[in-house]
Design a protein around this ligand. Structure first.
Ligand code: NAP
Length: 285
């Protein structure tokens, strides 16, 4: 009998709502297997009114957890310690449970930047148009400003974009401004980044930008990973833009979260091997 789950198995989970379609269990369980650890990762659908209760149960029984939509900011008030990087970007996506204490981290920014490395793109000091002002936008803007980028934010709810601008202005070497209509677009940007939900499964026929504007960008980076190629990326390819999807970010934020939980890193070749396997798995789904 081959029984891999026992009472000694160390447990990890993803808290969010909804979480049913998450592929984080596939990624995290593959990383645990590659490290040879007796650990398992599951998802727990957690509506806002159940978050505190769920965390109390986890504290006694789990090694750590990830947090996704809509809890990345609200969770911060329940944690014992929030690390400097997570405090800077104002969101937590990874919690390590250490002797009953909840320690918060943000690995989204790391994953976001690794995607540029995967495509051998140096994003430092570039001009960026960033669509959206939610949790993912927050992690992305924080990284881009540290790289000296000129970031222009546009969001459906202008006030949320303005709040981000006020929060980040002057904190790093880069600059941040907000626009409220397509008429205010500059003629050229180096990169367009979509951090909105527009185009995500099941609404795959939607794009957050009219294709007539796409020739103003060299690179188009969509943080969505389901589908693999959004309508935005299909249209950007037709305009000869370099395109990037959300899979590298998803993968590398998971690798970093796993390192925080286990105090173990995988060697570079093992990480790349896993990346290829999981990217292939996602394309074939
Ligand atoms: P969030 O905090 O809920 O923010 C959602 C953003 O999308 C907000 O700016 C919202 O605008 C905008 N939005 C939603 N529906 C819209 C619509 N119909 N038209 C225009 N704008 C709309 O979510 P999040 O955590 O930032 O996630 C955002 C996206 O990033 C998701 O697609 C998620 O899958 C992706 N993501 C990917 C990774 C990765 O590892 N690849 C990691 C995190 C997130 P309002 O402010 O007006 O509501």
């Amino acid at each position: 009998m081959d029984i891999s789950l026992t009472s000694k198995t160390k447990l990890y989970t993803l808290l969010g709502c909804p979480v049913e379609h998450s592929i984080s269990p596939v990624i995290q369980n593959s990383i645990f297997a590659a490290k040879g650890l007796a650990s398992a990762y599951i998802v727990l659908n957690t509506p806002p009114d159940k978050l505190l209760h769920t965390m109390t149960v986890l504290k006694e029984n789990f090694g750590g957890f990830n947090i996704t939509l809509p809890h990345k900011q609200t969770i911060m008030e329940y944690l014992d310690v929030v690390d400097a990087n997570a405090r800077l970007c104002g969101a937590v996506n990874t919690v390590r449970i250490d002797h009953g204490k909840l320690l918060g981290f943000n690995t989204d920014g790391y994953g976001f930047m690794q995607a540029f490395s995967c495509h051998q793109i140096d994003i430092a000091h570039k001009r960026i148009l960033l669509l959206g002002a939610g949790g993912a936008a927050r992690a992305a803007i924080c990284q881009l400003l540290q790289q000296g980028c000129q970031v222009t934010i546009m969001n459906r709810t202008w006030e949320k974009a303005k709040r981000l601008e006020q929060e980040f202005a002057g904190k790093f070497s880069g600059s941040v401004t907000v626009i409220s209509s397509w008429r205010e677009l500059q003629n050229r940007y180096d990169c367009l980044i979509n951090t909105t939900l527009v185009g995500m499964y099941p609404h795959t026929d939607k794009s957050p930008i009219d294709p007539q504007y796409l020739n103003r960008f060299d690179i188009v980076y969509d943080l969505i990973y389901n589908p693999d190629e959004t309508k935005l990326l299909q249209e950007a390819k037709r305009c000869d833009c370099t395109t990037m999807n959300g899979f590298p970010m998803l993968f590398y934020q998971a690798v970093e979260a796993n390192r925080i939980w286990t105090d173990q890193s995988l060697p570079g070749p093992a990480v790349r091997n896993l990346y290829e396997k999981l990217a292939h798995y996602l394309q074939k789904r």
